[in-house]
Write a protein that binds this ligand. Structure first.
Ligand code: ADP
Length: 299
């Protein structure tokens, strides 16, 4: 059960773009699909959603065969394409009615759909007047309209500002509690923030498939923090288990801790005790970054 991909290959003309992909996504997993531009991510996503044919191999969504039961598969899969194409002249609710009509869906629970995607207060607005983050929510609502158990998201946060990014990640995380989510991105932090598992594609081949927790450095972590004011690096160095502090930019610091336990609360307390505000706080998994570049460098 879940999504099963077996020996999937695809060529554009004579050029191989996907080479013998084998993957199994379990139910309820959020899987991050990383790779440099041109690796083949979009091609795979298009195949999985039935918008590309002429490929080799076998794909099953639960027991449904993508090649022979495409229409049934599409009832089980929601797809948010890259760049989220929308009819922006339409009103939010009108657009969702339109999508439902296109899919011949008669029993859509609109209040629930709007609530889930945070659009309740925006349903009567023209899409073109919405911010990029809210336009993205409309794309999510369209992808979720038939309440599919599988969700395929192609670079769902590209172009969002930091606040919108946080909101959309929250939405994906919530959706991931009840759905199998396969999301492509070229942002390592996205995977770190959202995913249970990471897959790296490079030149059409899977070069890494690993639970995220296995990639975490067992000994060291880096907390990246931006304060609203300059801080003495010596003061940060006095925090427990700190081995190194780098002031990377004005008020930006990288703090290296010799412990695998999340030290963000320690930094938070430090800021509080010193009357500082935290403008951003990240927990960096050094190994994912290292592995990604090692596996895809210079290509
Ligand atoms: P990614 O999403 O990882 O950036 P793509 O799947 O978009 O990668 O592209 C993989 C490769 O296939 C690239 O080299 C791209 O140029 C090529 N490609 C994509 N679409 C087509 C197409 N319609 N015809 C020919 N080549 C294509």
């Amino acid at each position: 059960m879940g999504l099963q991909i077996e020996n999937l290959s695809k060529q554009y003309g004579k050029t191989p773009v996907l080479k013998n992909i084998n993957l199994h996504l379990k139910k309820g997993e959020i899987v991050g699909f990383l790779g440099p531009n041109g690796a083949g991510k979009t091609t795979l996503m298009k195949i999985l959603t039935g918008s590309l044919n002429r490929w080799e191999g076998r794909v099953f969504f639960d027991e449904l065969n993508l090649k022979t039961q495409l229409q049934d598969v599409q009832k089980h899969v929601g797809y948010l394409p890259e760049n989220n194409p929308l009819y922006t002249e339409m009103y939010v609710k009108e657009y969702l009615y339109f999508i439902a009509k296109t899919y011949r869906l008669s029993n859509v629970n609109y209040p629930e759909l709007l609530q889930k995607t945070g659009l309740t207060d925006h349903q009567n607005k023209p899409i073109k007047t919405l911010s990029k983050g809210y336009k993205q929510r409309v794309g999510f609502a369209a992808a979720l309209i038939h309440n599919p158990p599988f969700l395929i998201l192609d670079e769902p946060t590209t172009g969002l500002d930091p606040n919108q990014l946080i909101e959309i990640r929250k939405l994906i995380k919530t959706l991931g509690q009840e759905k199998t989510v396969f999301l492509s991105t070229h942002i390592l932090q996205e995977v770190e923030a959202l995913c249970d598992r990471v897959i790296i594609l490079h030149q059409g081949q899977i070069v890494l498939d690993s639970p995220l927790k296995d990639l975490a450095d067992q000994k060291q972590q880096i907390v990246k923090v931006t304060f609203d004011f300059r801080v003495e690096t010596e003061a940060l160095k006095r925090l427990p288990q700190v081995s190194r502090v780098v002031n990377t930019h004005d008020f930006d610091y990288e703090i290296y801790f010799d412990t695998p336990n999340d030290q963000r609360p320690v930094v938070f307390d430090f800021a509080h005790d010193n009357g500082l505000k935290i403008l951003s706080l990240q927990h960096k998994i050094e190994n994912l970054e290292k592995r990604f570049y090692a596996l895809t460098q210079g290509k």
